[in-house]
Design a protein around this ligand. Structure first.
Ligand code: NAP
Length: 303
């Protein structure tokens, strides 16, 4: 699906595309039930009572329900230790009734988050958080991608933004966002520069970018004056009050294309999660071949 750019704001809106992905996922989930009598099932694991995390989990479970995907909710007390969490996730990994596992993060600081992620079986890593998934994504092999990066490249594809040969600057290098989105852009033949908290003269680097991905975690951080006129700007940030990592009004006057917050990258994240859950269930239950539009599928050089 290719969405034409709007003439004024050049906004890359994720809500419509995400809805299309959810509808397609619901159709595939229903078809799987028809073939096997089994519904896809996503296990969501929440440790503690952080209100924002609880809201994210509730949203994901609601979307599952709408798409005909079962969700199993595992809510553990804030004091849960790493060993207990790893055991609970390993149990879900071994449970044939569960096809995908989402550990809501960040987990409380005393937990070894990486150890918990690694307890997710690669075949059920529909949130794309394990080192296995990172490796397959980086090598362009079949597997699951981290959902926000996967959603970003789907959004770029839908709006006809071809990163090939363009200078992409990714601000942020977290394992679930900055790092993988840079790898996915590299796989699409962009020339990728990573920036982070130790980068010097960030505005000058951003000023040379054809494509900017802001994944910093600081509200209104990227200034309009930093941007090259006509640049494509993806704002992956989200802060209370619907504020992103980019100063939207200033960037809008300069950018060629821009994602809004909310309604840009955010809805894509959940859509990719559900799409990958259906794909995991298809693969585990012996369903149909994966959707050719699946987020993790690397683009071939001649495409
Ligand atoms: P994170 O783990 O805190 O990573 C932030 C990155 O930004 C780090 O790599 C850090 O560099 C870099 N950074 C911090 N200050 C900087 C500065 N002054 N200059 C340049 N780089 C700087 O955050 P994250 O999990 O990747 O999330 C980033 C943003 O995306 C947040 O706003 C979050 O809410 C949002 N997010 C949205 C979704 C969604 O579904 N839409 C999903 C996930 C995250 P160092 O590595 O050097 O510390």
């Amino acid at each position: 699906m290719t969405i034409p750019a709007t003439p004024d704001a050049h906004l890359m809106v994720g809500t419509r595309l995400a809805r299309d992905i959810l509808i397609r996922s619901a159709e595939r989930a229903a078809a799987l039930v028809g073939r096997t009598g089994r519904r896809p099932c996503l296990a969501t694991v929440l440790v503690g009572d952080d209100p924002a995390s609880a809201t994210y989990v509730r949203m994901k479970r609601n979307r599952c329900h709408e798409a005909g995907i079962d969700s199993r909710y595992v809510h553990l007390p804030a004091g849960t230790g790493t060993a207990e969490l790893v055991t609970r996730i390993a149990d879900l990994s071994a449970d044939p009734a569960v096809h995908g596992i989402l550990l809501q993060h960040p987990v409380p600081g005393h937990i070894d988050e990486r150890a918990a992620f690694e307890a997710i079986a690669p075949a059920k890593d529909v949130d794309g958080v394990t080192t296995h998934s990172f490796g397959t994504m980086a090598f362009g092999l079949p597997g699951f991608v981290s959902c926000t990066p996967g959603g970003i490249v789907r959004l770029l594809d839908a709006y006809g933004v071809d990163p090939r040969g363009r200078h992409a600057v990714v601000i942020g290098r977290s394992p679930i966002l900055g790092r993988p989105v840079g790898m996915l852009l590299l796989a699409r033949d962009a020339t990728v520069t990573y920036c982070h908290s130790r980068t010097t003269d960030l505005p000058a680097i951003v000023g040379g970018a054809d494509l900017v991905v802001a994944a910093v975690g600081r509200p209104n951080f990227v200034q309009g004056t930093w941007l090259k006129p006509g640049a494509v700007v993806v704002d992956a940030g989200y802060h209370p009050g619907g504020v992103g990592d980019v100063d939207f009004d200033a960037a809008r006057a300069v950018a060629g294309m821009l994602t809004p917050v909310p309604g840009g990258v955010g809805p894509m994240t959940i859509a990719i999660l559900l799409e990958q859950t259906v794909r995991a269930a298809e693969e585990q239950l012996g369903g149909a071949a994966a959707d050719p539009l699946a987020a993790g599928r690397p683009r071939q050089p001649d495409q």
